[in-house]
Design a protein around this ligand. Structure first.
Ligand SMILES: [Zn+2]
Ligand SMILES: [Zn+2]
Length: 282
């Protein structure tokens, strides 16, 4: 089976004519099923959490992030999302997921998620100490921190997400390579910390092609060293494109499958109502 479980409608609206292109691309690329994983910043329910966690002062990153929170965010409620997905499900093989940022208050996240029947929940590290490290507009911030700190913060955030016990998948693990700041020290202990925490929480790895076609690093996440670690800890996987535009749905999914096979993977997960089932890939 060919599955793509990580993509976003947010550049458009909950309008069937906008999202039809995702299904067209899925058909053209021979996908059996797709899953939508809207960002938590689509939904006003999560808005207070962003204001609690993000650096929003008059610093370089604070100024950018204040504006970022005002741009195209919090525009549909979770109820709107489920209503829209219900309509799509009448005609399409599509699952309802969500990609939740790494908030500090996991109890609040638990409280928001508990009322909704998601097929799967992705937890992704998008912030390190309140800094949106993947935003190219504030890329200069990378120069202010040591890579040792960044790897340590990343591992710490991943451990917190795993311990919360709320997530089925860790989104694009170790995408901190995205701007090609590459370590010249041994990162094995950080990789091991994350893999161990994921194994304990029964979480899957998101093999995500977004970092291949959307970022300077031009590689699938997670990169080979973490794929080896994932295989060592027997972590299951999903495959995804992280599409933000209709035409990117399923983009490079065959490459993601071939890549995972290099590490001995034959199956990926299919989700329904938070239950995972392993299916043969390809
Ligand atoms: Zn993400
Ligand atoms: Zn995403």
């Amino acid at each position: 089976m060919k599955l793509d479980y990580h993509m976003h409608f947010e550049y458009g609206s909950y309008d069937e004519s906008w999202v039809e292109g995702f299904f067209t691309a899925a058909r053209e690329r021979g996908l059996d099923e797709i899953g939508i994983s809207e960002h938590s910043h689509t939904f006003p329910e999560f808005e207070p959490l962003y204001y609690e966690d993000l650096v929003l002062d008059d610093s370089f990153i604070g100024e950018f992030q204040k504006k970022w929170l005002k741009k195209n965010k919090f525009k549909y409620t979770l109820e709107d999302y489920f209503t829209f997905m219900g309509r799509l499900r009448e005609h399409h093989a599509v699952k309802t997921g969500i990609e939740v940022c790494n908030f500090q208050d996991q109890e609040k996240v638990r409280d928001i998620l508990k009322d909704y029947d998601f097929d799967y929940v992705i937890g992704s590290i998008h912030f390190l100490r309140g800094w949106a490290y993947d935003s190219s507009e504030i890329k200069a911030e990378w120069e202010k921190h040591s890579l040792e700190d960044i790897y340590d913060w990343y591992a710490e955030e991943a451990e917190k997400l795993c311990e919360a016990g709320l997530y089925d998948v860790l989104g694009h693990p170790f995408n901190i390579r995205l701007f090609k700041y590459l370590p010249d020290f041994d990162v094995t202990p950080y990789l091991e910390r994350v893999a161990k925490a994921m194994a304990k929480a029964h979480m899957a790895v998101d093999v995500n092609t977004g970092t291949y076609y959307r970022y300077p690093i031009r590689e699938i996440s997670p990169y080979p060293d973490f794929m080896c670690m994932a295989a060592k800890y027997d972590l299951p996987i999903i495959t995804s494109s992280d599409a933000h535009k209709p035409e990117d749905c399923g983009r490079h999914i065959d490459d993601a499958i071939a890549y995972a096979k290099e590490f001995g993977y034959k199956e990926s997960l299919q989700f329904e109502h938070r239950r995972a089932r392993a299916v043969l890939m390809g």
